[in-house]
Design a protein around this ligand. Structure first.
Ligand SMILES: Nc1ncnc2c1ncn2[C@@H]1O[C@H](COP(=O)(O)OP(=O)(O)OP(=O)(O)O)[C@@H](O)[C@H]1O
Length: 348
């Protein structure tokens, strides 16, 4: 029996790098005379509690910088997945924008809140014609997605970016399981060792960036490279032997600053797929710095290509190949996945 994962991207580049300029004044008008709502979804526990503390200090600045034309609403998450529900509710209520305040996990949940039952969430009021935009104040441990844009964890700079009102359409990958459940990713989806390491790293966030080292060490325990079959852009199946990890990048960084998919651009309608084969633990010691600098693509046993779709199938039964989406553990490869395209507007 063959198990698998299917990853598909846009059948065509559905947009170029176009950006739309919207002033804060424009943001506030909408279709009614009421001020628009700007919802900040804050993970108070992000970055080991630093997110909550920074947010408290930032809120007066947010109100003074953005509050003239927009209603500033803060919503603190109470636990995992809460940000998904808050986002859906905010969009249904016709919010101008939903801003994730936290790390990649919070951003991932907010992005997932933009969709419901395979479709973008829309405002209840049919007269609201605006599309709710996504915003980000990166304040997490890794904040890897922000790195692709060169953004740091300076929250005031993030507020200034939001204040410009500049929006761009940005790619989002959709992972559909066989039973119809969907997961969305905005940064990187990955399979096997990296996903296993990420799974363990998430348990040690209290140690800051050290969590990625601890996660990698635990990931290696019991790890075995696997033969996998891969189909790209609806082409022929190819066998990749001794795969260590497959990373499907919408953006460039994961794992706390590893530039794993250095040619990925979240605007171009494609994923960059990087496949590591035959890696042993000492390869990460000897060649690990190249993964951080993004210079690993020319290395032996590293394969990279730009794809619109990719399917991956396991050639052994029940081998326990981990899969994650933006760092969220999705289970193991025997679940059949399909990934297809979507896009949302982002304030950047
Ligand atoms: N109130 C809460 N208590 C505990 N966990 C929460 C709470 N709110 C959200 N979470 C969970 O915390 C996870 C991690 O949060 P977040 O990504 O903001 O910070 P981080 O892990 O420090 O940063 P990064 O993901 O960039 O490394 C989220 O995926 C979310 O499920």
């Amino acid at each position: 029996m063959v198990y698998g994962i299917t990853v598909a991207m846009a059948t065509k580049p559905w947009f170029s790098i176009t950006a739309e300029q919207m002033t804060p004044d424009h943001l506030s008008t909408g279709s009614s005379s009421r001020k628009g709502d700007l919802i900040f979804i804050v993970n108070p526990k992000g970055a080991n509690g630093r997110t909550g503390k920074e947010w408290k200090k930032l809120l007066p600045f947010v109100r003074s910088r953005l509050g003239k034309n927009l209603n500033i609403c803060e919503s603190l998450t109470s636990g995992p997945c809460h940000a998904i529900d808050i986002t859906r509710e905010a969009i249904r209520e016709g919010a101008e924008a939903v801003v994730a305040v936290g790390g990649d996990g919070t951003l991932h949940e907010v992005v997932n809140g933009f969709f419901w039952a395979g479709k973008p969430v829309a405002a209840h009021d049919k007269e609201v014609t605006r599309t709710t935009a996504l915003g980000l104040i990166p304040l997490g441990t890794g904040s890897d997605f922000a790195r692709s844009f060169g953004w740091n964890n300076n929250p005031r700079e993030a507020v200034e970016r939001i204040a410009t009102g500049l929006k761009s359409r940005i790619d989002v990958g959709v992972i559909s399981e066989k039973d119809g459940e969907r997961h969305y990713f905005i940064n990187v989806a990955d399979i096997h060792l990296s996903a296993k390491a990420g799974y363990y790293a998430s348990m040690y966030k209290r140690f800051g960036n050290l969590c990625y080292v601890i996660g990698a060490l635990q990931g290696f325990y019991g790890h075995r490279n696997r033969d996998l079959r891969i189909k790209v852009d609806e082409g022929e199946w190819e066998v990749f032997s001794q795969v260590t990890a497959i990373c499907i990048g919408n953006a460039k960084f994961f794992g706390g600053g590893m530039k794993i998919t250095p040619n990925a651009h979240p605007y171009n309608g494609n994923f960059e797929v990087v496949i590591l084969q035959n890696f042993k633990w000492y390869d990460f010691v000897l060649r690990g710095h190249k993964l951080y600098s993004g210079t690993h693509l020319s290395e032996k046993d590293v394969h990279s290509r730009s794809v619109q779709s990719i399917e991956v199938e396991e050639m052994e039964e029940n081998s326990g190949v981990y899969v994650q989406s933006d760092g969220e553990h999705l289970g193991f490869l025997p679940k059949k996945f399909h990934i297809s395209p979507a896009a949302i507007e982002m304030l950047c």
